[in-house]
Design a protein around this ligand. Sequence first.
Ligand SMILES: Cc1cc2nc3c(=O)[nH]c(=O)nc-3n(C[C@H](O)[C@H](O)[C@H](O)COP(=O)(O)OP(=O)(O)OC[C@H]3O[C@@H](n4cnc5c(N)ncnc54)[C@H](O)[C@@H]3O)c2cc1C
Length: 552
Amino acid sequence: MRWWGWGEDGHDAPLSQGALAMLGERIGPLAGVRRDPVALADVLLPDPALPAAARERLVSAVGAEHVRGDRLARVTHAAGRGYHDLVRLRAGALDAAPDAVVYPADADEVAAVLRACAEADVAVVPFGGGTSVVGGVEPLRGAREAVVALDLARLDRLLAVDPISLTATVQAGVTGPALEAALGEHGMTLGHFPQSFEYATVGGWVATRSAGQASTGYGRIDALVVALRVVAPSGEMATRAVPASAAGPSLRELLVGSEGALGVIVEATLRLRPRPTVRRYEAFSFPGYAAGADAFRALVQDGVAPDVARLSDPVETQVSFALSGGPVLATRALTGYLRARGHGDGCLAIVGWEGTSEGVVRRRRATGARMLRAHGAVALGTPVGQAWEHGRFHAPYLRDELLAHGVMVETLETATTWDRLLALHEAVAAALDGALRARGTPPVVMSHVSHVYRAGASLYFTFVARQQEGAELEQWHAAKAAASDAILAAGGTITHHHAVGRDHAPWLPGEVGALGIELLRAAKATLDPAGVMNPGKLIDPAGFDPARPAGS
Ligand SMILES: Cc1cc2nc3c(=O)[nH]c(=O)nc-3n(C[C@H](O)[C@H](O)[C@H](O)COP(=O)(O)OP(=O)(O)OC[C@H]3O[C@@H](n4cnc5c(N)ncnc54)[C@H](O)[C@@H]3O)c2cc1C
């Protein structure tokens, strides 16, 4: 991945003049000149602070060629891929970077690195794909002398596939495409497709409780984990690969979502499905958000939810229609047709059914579509659904381009029960709007229901505003804090799938309570008594302040 953004060099997503004009109309005039990233050589980096003795121990653990301290390695491990990361990377203003990047080859080398770091008082940040959007891989050292990034890229093998139990055991550093390619050879899939699929890793997914775009059907990653192998400074833990167990509280669940603060996930045994051969992705329009939400609730509560279930609010629907710009959506005929049906302020739903049997997929789809129509939906057909499927990994490339035009674009997510969903939606949208208007940068705030459950659903917000030049991080912080406060006040979770990281840590006590935090700290004290694992994240709210140097 290029060091300042998303994707490989050359994979760009230029915005059309029409899209830029529409954006300018909604959020105010955009910067006339492009704001491109500084050159790598101009990125300001603190001097490396790894004591020589600690470096020697790391070298003896993994070999000299696997302990890197060069500029590229340090910069590419200095930040995740959230908006605030990209702002700092593009400006070349990193106030922290790992003092070294260490690449172990296997679980034994991970254990040796952790031992060395615990003894030498060096913080360790486990690093998968580095796609965290919540400051999860921020190289904070806390009270430690130095900090290293522990990159799991060399733990990249599919270890075993069990076609009888439909499971696979895989090393933590495997990325999405590599995993799906390897499982494809066995006719299997994990079915886990987060938007960061191209770069994120199995270990990162498990450590953050990730959700994929088809998680309504396949289950989130936490539902797909059968067993884990974790190396902590205190030793190794492996949970047993059994389908279910009543052997006390689930230690597997303690390790899923542990965000590198308890130890390093080195292997995961995951549930598989046969690779689908039949896919039907299509779109519907609802007259309003409430009608769409009712329809989605009915689907899931009646046990006929599609594998992909997304319901855009009216703003996101309008922006999707406008941005598509092509023959599929933005035709006058379609808009006129929807208006005539009372869908002038309608909501776009994307639903996808997939499986290995044409007949089963057809029946599931027919039942689902009937139910959606009964809730006022109008079918928009498969081309719209296929267009969504085709472009579903495109947004992060677009984000880089928006940043070049001086546009802030950020996302956040939450979930709550159905009875509170619409109120939560309104509260978060109002909080973001209020916080950004107060800074003179009125935003466009849009949202969609991204996953549905019998008890509720998740909401995924995207907000776009003119950047406040020179105060980009303070602007972001104001919006993020307002939204996070609103989420907790309205009964949502501080995160449905992005994890806690650095950014959400101050809100975790509000969600799990002081005793809950104590319990997590006790687990950390057992597994990581020296406190070297990923300081400033999850249960340590030290880092959420853009005015404060990230390395402190
Ligand atoms: C453009 C974009 C789109 C995204 N879309 C989605 C989405 O659709 N769904 C979703 O859930 N998330 C999404 N994310 C967030 C992010 O991709 C996920 O959190 C992902 O699971 C992180 O995986 P990673 O391998 O990149 O982990 P990293 O970013 O490297 O690490 C994330 C956290 O996990 C820890 N960690 C990583 N590997 C290990 C390990 N082996 N053992 C212990 N701890 C570890 C790190 O220390 C850090 O705290 C998106 C991010 C971006 C930038």
